[in-house]
Design a protein around this ligand. Structure first.
Ligand code: PRX
Length: 649
């Protein structure tokens, strides 16, 4: 398969921090002597006590990952204090509200003040080093203050995406036994209100039933909407910080002290609490932010993600702020008030670097070029993509229409678990191929293996593993190290298995082909099919459910559910609607089923295992290639499934 090649743009090369020669040289150093390489680059952040040990990692046995372990630092200090002398009056955060007339700018001096005050409020309310603080917020600057305030005092934050339901929020509060929640009265997206405080109240009730008691809830006033108030538990943010002291010395954190937990879906069970620590994470987030986006002092940088996802952690908050950048935070959605919004914001704030997801690109492409062309976009220099494979058509549109052939696209492959970008072009170094994440970042050693774990060399298609550690890697699953070892290091012994399929072409370029496990990627959001199944079977009418992904024009993948009903229950359209609503309540709108097929029986092996391969094929309307069905306990169920498929082309 040949792909067009877009050569490095001369302007990009001229200004780039890293050209191809440097990339190749540094990459070689980074994998042949990681100790030396990272000993040098670890110094990009400030340390209260410098490290003497750099790398102490093992992917075998109990699996232990430590970087810079005897170093002492503080993430908030690195993201704020160390910049104050040079750039106290520089804008740290540009906030663009849901409403286009709503915006504000926060300088580094102001950021210091806000974060210190909030850190003092946390302390005054009993939050100590190592305590877990849940952050359930809209995209407002206070979300970043909250993360940084936790980092400042050594509390571990767990940010929960504002689109998750009370149940999902409760599950995350319970898992890490979080006693403190920071939220807002309501969120605002696309002109619609999201009842964050109300959801928090409900989640706290659920948690209480499991004997996890949230003691305090700090509430930011965003909309001044009507909310319930619990005098002994709830605290107004604006009142508390007005009274707090504007200085708070940063806690001395060991490099391996936890920084945050972020829950993410896997192929089995409940979402896992991915744990990231302090030193290595920040080194990796800041280094990737600088080189992948070719960030230069003074650039205006905008990542459209939500802080509820890892992209928001590493590339809205920690990476850019550690680099003293101006980072733009956007509260709204791409098509509100019109599909020109992104480009209007680019022009309004003169954005130089723009980082978004393929699902947004596809949606805006569908809306028509005129919405893009109505803007100038002259300030744009680098474009980024993340979250799912970008289809070549969307890539070409992004490159030609949005970037007008003047901006390199960095298609960045990485995961919640990896902490930062792993496989990516560099703007001034890498020739681009639409749809390929291209080459590994410094220190990253990808390997393709077949199903038996045999290593595939050269041009190949296989399962993507990483064979040695990098500083941004997750350290454990919070509270369950065995699950960490089991999930990531047991499929292929001694290797980190990503869960992704991948092809390597003759130029050594990597092409991510999507998940090979039971995880689906809906609009760049990770969803465990098991989670949706368990939400479905928790409904009274459902006896069994099997969920698979299928190709979806806008979302990348859609959610296709096969549902077996309880005896005597009729499968009506009404019930379909009810089940969709039920899943939304259990997990959140991002898990809304796209298709529900009522199935009297599911294809199972004689040992009772559901044959998902068959269900995937039927959902894709590709049942000509079902393969061998003779091992099924009851091969006739397949005919019924085909006859009643919901995705007839
Ligand atoms: O399947 C890959 C896909 O998203 C998964 C990670 O999801 P999450 O942890 O939610 O993090 C998303 C943002 C970093 C990966 O296993 N993925 C992410 N980026 C890309 C991608 N697939 C292809 N190309 C990408 N650039």
């Amino acid at each position: 398969m040949s792909s067009p090649v877009y050569r490095v743009l001369p302007d990009a090369k001229k200004r780039a921090l890293i050209d191809d020669e440097k990339y190749l040289k540094w990459y070689k150093q980074s994998v042949s002597d990681p100790e030396k390489f990272w000993a040098r680059h670890g110094k990009r952040i400030d340390w209260f006590k410098p490290y003497t040990k750099v790398k102490n990692t093992s992917f075998t046995g109990k699996v232990s990952i430590k970087w810079f372990e005897d170093g002492v630092t503080n993430v908030a200090y690195n993201c704020i204090d160390r910049h104050l002398k040079k750039r106290g009056n520089q804008v740290a955060i540009i906030w663009e509200g849901d409403n286009p007339y709503d915006d504000k700018k926060i300088t580094y001096n102001e950021l210091y003040d806000k974060v210190c005050r909030l850190a003092n409020v946390l302390k005054a309310n009993g939050v100590k080093k190592g305590d877990r603080v849940t952050i359930y917020m809209p995209m407002i600057p206070e979300a970043a203050y909250a993360m940084l305030a936790c980092a400042r005092i050594g509390a571990i934050h767990s940010v929960v995406f504002g689109g998750f339901s009370p149940d999902a929020l409760a599950g995350r509060i319970i898992d890490c036994e979080s006693e403190f929640v920071i939220t807002a009265d309501e969120g605002l997206r696309g002109g619609r209100k999201i009842p964050l405080k109300h959801n928090t109240d409900l989640a706290i009730e659920i948690a209480e039933r499991q004997e996890v008691r949230v003691k305090k809830v700090l509430v930011v006033q965003r909309t001044a909407g009507k909310i319930e108030w619990f005098e002994d538990r709830d605290i107004w943010y604006h009142e508390a910080i007005a009274k707090a002291k504007p200085d708070c010395s940063p806690a001395k954190m060991k490099a391996e002290d936890p920084l945050f937990i972020l829950y993410t879906s896997g192929s089995t069970g409940k979402p896992k609490g991915v744990l990231h620590t302090t030193g290595g994470y920040l080194v990796y987030a800041s280094m990737t932010h600088e080189y992948v986006f070719d960030y230069h002092d003074g650039d205006i940088y905008w990542c459209t993600a939500d802080v509820g996802w890892v992209t928001g952690h590493s590339y809205i908050v920690y990476g850019p702020l550690a680099n003293g950048a101006t980072t733009l935070m956007f509260e709204g959605v791409p098509n509100y008030p019109t599909p020109s919004r992104f480009w209007e914001v680019v022009d309004k704030h003169q954005v130089n670097i723009f980082y978004t997801a393929p699902t947004a690109i596809r949606a805006l492409m569908g809306a028509g070029d005129e919405y893009v062309k109505a803007s100038s976009r002259k300030s744009l220099r680098t474009l980024g993509s993340v979250g799912e494979p970008i289809n070549p058509e969307a890539w070409e549109w992004y490159y030609n229409v949005v970037g007008e052939k003047k901006c390199p696209i960095v298609d960045t492959w990485w995961q919640t678990e990896t902490g930062g970008i792993m496989i990516t072009p560099l703007p001034g170094a890498t020739n681009l191929k639409p749809g390929s994440a291209t080459r590994p970042f410094f220190g990253i050693q990808p390997q393709l293996v077949d199903a038996d774990g045999d290593v595939l060399e050269g041009t190949a298609d296989g399962n993507l593993c990483i064979i040695d550690s990098w500083p941004g890697q997750m350290r454990t699953v919070y509270g369950d190290h065995d699950r960490f070892v089991q999930t990531y290091f047991s499929t292929y012994k001694g290797k980190y298995f990503t869960g992704d399929g991948c092809r390597r072409d003759a130029d050594g370029y990597y092409w991510i082909t999507g998940r090979v496990d039971d995880v689906i990627n809906v609009s760049g959001h990770r969803m465990g099919t098991a989670e949706v199944e368990s939400a479905l079977v928790s409904h009274d009418a459902v006896s069994e459910a099997a969920v698979v992904g299928y190709p979806h024009d806008l979302k990348g993948q859609g959610i296709y559910c096969y549902v077996t009903l309880m005896a005597g229950v009729e499968g009506t359209d009404e019930l379909r609607k009810e089940l969709v609503k039920h899943v939304r309540t259990e997990i959140g709108p991002i898990a809304s089923p796209d298709k529900i097929q009522f199935a009297p029986g599911l294809p199972k092996t004689r040992s009772g295992k559901i044959m998902r391969r068959i269900l995937r094929k039927i959902a894709e309307d590709d049942f000509g290639a079902l393969g061998d069905t003779s091992t099924l306990a009851d091969p006739t169920v397949v005919d019924d499934l085909i006859d009643n498929r919901q995705n007839k082309k």
